[in-house]
Design a protein around this ligand. Structure first.
Ligand code: CP
Length: 299
């Protein structure tokens, strides 16, 4: 079994192989696809809320013939004081082939893989704190390369980047794939630590200038410290994507958002639902990419 806890585990050729697998699975009939991971079983263990990742992992596994048990952590025995470690060891004792885990702590999936190292169980990270969301990074890259050549591309990522595991995995993935011009913009307090692959832009115009791709992010309110001096009420005016700010990008730029969106805050309806938006394609590709990831991890 292979773990996937961090997109940086993957090389460029691993990512291309996953995309090839995704294309192959997409081309299969339902009955052919259903035999790929027959007699496998996985638990989805989400300690944080989710719509897209949770539903698409469940659907991806079911479409490959895998038995899926989705735990409702709000009703689990963690509420009676059972530790995270005991919870995972208990699930591992039932001998599933994989655990798909979302947790609010950075690095939780790596910790889980250490706790369970004696078990032959794949640990798949469905998002851990501000750290990583590798399958979101992969589906974002897969969607992006369906529309654009593999680069170099001008890519703008706007919003609360510091707390975004989506941005973290996407930037890592873009770095692995090719030498892109990645510009980040948002309040200074919400910018990540400096890294070679990215440039912090000075304004929306600077970030979006001639962009091929723009990725909008929501404010991760659940992860923000309380003492920030940011004018959230006027967020859109400073960091929002609308018809005017979109004009800074190339005319054929694509608009991405990992969801959930806060319409009217980081993006307006006309852009989210407009001709340049690929936001629902990202969701569709989420199921396809997660099928490829399950094939990689559980094969
Ligand atoms: N993009 C994403 O992780 O969405 P969910 O929180 O709905 O899974």
């Amino acid at each position: 079994m292979n773990n996937l806890t961090d997109i940086k585990q993957l090389s460029r050729s691993d990512i291309l192989a996953l995309f090839k697998k995704a294309d192959e699975i997409k081309g299969m009939s339902n009955s052919e696809r259903h035999t790929l991971l027959q007699h496998r079983s996985v638990f989805t263990v989400f300690f944080e809320n989710s719509t897209r990742t949770s539903a698409s992992f469940q659907l991806a596994a079911q479409r490959l013939g895998t038995h899926v048990v989705s735990l409702n952590m709000a009703k689990s025995s963690t509420q009676k004081g059972e530790s995270m470690r005991d919870t995972l060891l208990t699930l591992a004792a039932m001998q599933p082939d994989g655990l798909i885990i979302r947790h609010h702590d950075d690095g939780f999936c790596n910790l889980a893989s250490i706790w369970l190292k004696k078990h032959n169980i794949a640990i798949i990270n469905a998002g851990d704190g501000c750290n990583q969301h590798p399958t979101q990074g992969l589906l974002d890259l897969y969607t992006l390369y369906q529309h654009k050549d593999t680069g170099p591309l001008n890519i703008a990522i706007i919003g609360d980047i510091k707390h975004s595991r989506v941005a973290s995995s996407l930037i890592d993935g873009l770095e692995i794939m090719s030498n892109n011009d990645i510009r980040l913009f948002g309040p200074t307090e919400l910018m990540p630590n400096p890294r070679n692959a990215v440039r912090i832009a000075e304004s929306m115009q600077d970030a979006l200038d001639d962009a091929d791709v723009v990725v909008m992010l929501r404010i991760q309110k659940e992860r923000l410290p309380h003492n920030l001096n940011i004018d959230f009420d006027n967020w859109h005016e400073h960091y929002g994507l609308n018809e005017n700010t979109l004009r800074y990008c190339k005319p054929d730029a694509i608009v991405m958002h990992p969801g959930p969106m806060n319409r009217g805050v980081e993006i307006i309806d006309a852009v989210a639902d407009g001709p340049q938006s690929v936001i629902l394609e990202q969701v569709t590709n989420g199921v396809i990419i997660r099928q490829a990831v399950l094939s990689y991890c559980l094969a």
